[in-house]
Design a binder for this molecule. Structure first.
Ligand code: HEM
Length: 489
């Protein structure tokens, strides 16, 4: 009798559970997709390193640009459609990040990238002034000085051999990011001098990506058992002590300054809130760490990917070089102003094309805090995880034409680009929660490219067709092509 009662109770609980999820099942009827295995969904398939983009591509071929799947008990709507993306990114009910981002909290800290609801609104409002036009203009001396130093580093690499340029660019963008967002030059820090800080940031990201794709690794105890915790914790502590040192230094410098800062850097704005009692010490450190991490990783990759593509397609490199040479006839170091950048229109096409084909952030994810009605009339229930596949959307043949998978800056000529859906190209996302540093990113990347392209001719023996794209929170290549550079006059 007891057993029968138990069975009935369990059956009722299961029914109740299924009933609470009826809206998700209804949606999966409208947008059928891979169900995966019972209880775990497609979690096992996603957990192998480097498979996400490939796997999603096979699903798109089978199910189309909008489909539902399951990761454990979590229902996911996976989207590479610009109109649905617009509906999602402009909805106030879709501002919160998906549970996938929890690992970003554990690695870089709880900052703008992951905060929810009113905490995010508050922090974003406080930190927006760090990216005002006036602040961006004030970064130009830093951009110019650091690219001058980068040229010297590149001179050392220009020995006729093919070289990996990424480590050099990672140090460069980290140095710029700490100066512009934390007002501090870290060049004398031993962790910077021996490159170990870049290595630890890289490991942190690799561990985070590993964990992100396997929900069972969200629990530290399981990570410990599987031997995934030690490196993660070590790199986390390494990165956070690097940031804490800078915060300590700034706090001791500004200790008597109770007024709002003249220099609205991220760190100054955060310290001001700390002194007013609206931020605690952890907020100050986490926002700084998140900002430096977000800026350095994406910008170095964007520069490296663009140089790599131009090395593979010399005809476009020559056009870009011609434009820059007309502005700066003499090679060597020179100062580039905001106005100069506005004149580099071909370089704009080149950079956009690179951000289209190899977006530094290939996938973003949100969750609905309330039901969201799409413009098609379909309602996405509360609690749905939404994966926006930027990588695939920006390579769709029905949007970009037959040559969608090829590198051709002409995709962004006004007559070609004017009919593209406004959400068909979103390397920085768009809408309510777009990238706070998008203008900063574009300016610093263009300035860096202009100086490098004016001074070197890049080539590579690696073929574009052999590139393999890997989603590791940010975009990675299975093999990063080596580049050879020749000095230009
Ligand atoms: C090529 C350069 C860059 C690219 C492609 C890029 C891309 C993105 C994307 C796609 C997001 C949205 C992430 C999501 O919804 O999950 C984002 C957010 C963010 N980015 Fe960038 N980014 C770049 C440069 C920068 C720079 C230079 C900074 C800072 C100086 C920065 C700071 C941030 C921050 C703090 C967020 C979170 C914003 C929020 O949620 O309010 N990014 N970025």
């Amino acid at each position: 009798m007891d057993l029968i009662l138990c069975i009935i109770l369990v059956a009722l609980l299961v029914l109740y559970y299924l009933w609470t999820r009826r809206e998700f099942y209804k949606l999966s009827m409208k947008f059928p997709g891979p169900l995966g295995y019972p209880l775990i969904g497609i979690a096992l398939k996603l957990s192998h390193n480097g498979v996400v983009l490939k796997l999603l591509r096979t699903y798109i071929k089978k199910y189309g640009n909008i489909f539902v799947s399951w990761l454990g008990p979590f229902p996911m709507l996976i989207v590479s459609d610009p109109q649905v993306t617009r509906d999602i990114l402009t909805s106030p009910n879709c501002v919160n990040k998906s549970f996938f981002y929890k690992i970003v909290d554990d690695s870089l800290g709880k900052g703008l990238i992951t905060l929810h609801d009113s905490d995010w609104t508050k922090h974003r409002k406080i930190l927006n002034p760090a990216f005002s036009h006036k602040m961006l203009l004030s970064f130009f001396p830093i951009f110019n000085k650091e690219t001058g130093i980068l040229l010297k580093e590149f001179n050392k690499l220009a020995d006729g051999e093919e070289r990996d340029i990424l480590p050099c660019l990672q140090l460069f963008t980290l140095s710029i990011a700490t100066q512009t967002t934390m007002g501090t030059c870290v060049k004398e820090d031993p962790k910077f001098q021996d490159n170990s800080i870049v290595v630890h940031f890289k490991w942190l990201l690799e561990c985070a990506s590993d964990i992100m794709h396997s929900p069972w690794l969200y629990y530290p105890i399981i990570r410990q058992i599987l031997g995934k915790e030690e490196q993660f914790v070590k790199s986390k502590i390494y990165a956070s002590t690097f940031i804490t040192k800078i915060v300590d230094q700034k706090l001791s410098e500004d200790i008597k300054d109770e007024t709002p800062c003249n220099n609205n850097s991220v760190l100054n704005l955060a310290i001001h809130q700390f002194k007013r009692g609206t931020f605690d010490r952890k907020d100050v450190e986490d926002e700084s760490c998140v900002m430096v991490g977000a800026a350095a990783e994406t910008s170095s990759n964007a520069v490296a990917f663009t140089l790599m593509l131009l090395a593979m397609f010399p005809e476009y490199q020559e056009k870009a070089f011609g434009e820059i040479q007309a502005l700066f006839p003499k090679a060597g170091d020179f100062s580039i102003s905001y106005e100069d950048i506005q004149q580099m229109v071909y370089l704009d096409l080149v950079l956009n094309e690179c951000l289209r084909l190899i977006p530094p952030v290939p996938i973003v994810a949100r969750q609905t805090s309330q039901p969201v009605r799409l413009s098609s009339g379909v309602v996405i229930p509360k609690g749905m995880q939404i994966i926006i596949n930027i990588f695939e959307m920006q390579r769709r043949k029905d949007i970009w034409g037959e040559e969608a998978e090829s590198f051709n800056p002409d995709h962004f000529l006004p007559h070609n680009f004017q009919d593209i859906h406004p959400y068909g190209f979103i390397p920085f996302t768009k809408g309510i929660r777009n990238c706070i540093g998008w203008r900063y990113g574009l300016l610093s990347i263009k300035l860096t490219l202009a100086k490098l392209l004016r001074n070197y001719k890049f080539s590579t023996s690696f073929n574009f067709k052999n590139l393999e794209y890997v989603e590791n929170v940010t975009m990675k290549l299975a093999t990063m092509p080596l580049l050879k550079f020749e000095q230009r006059n």
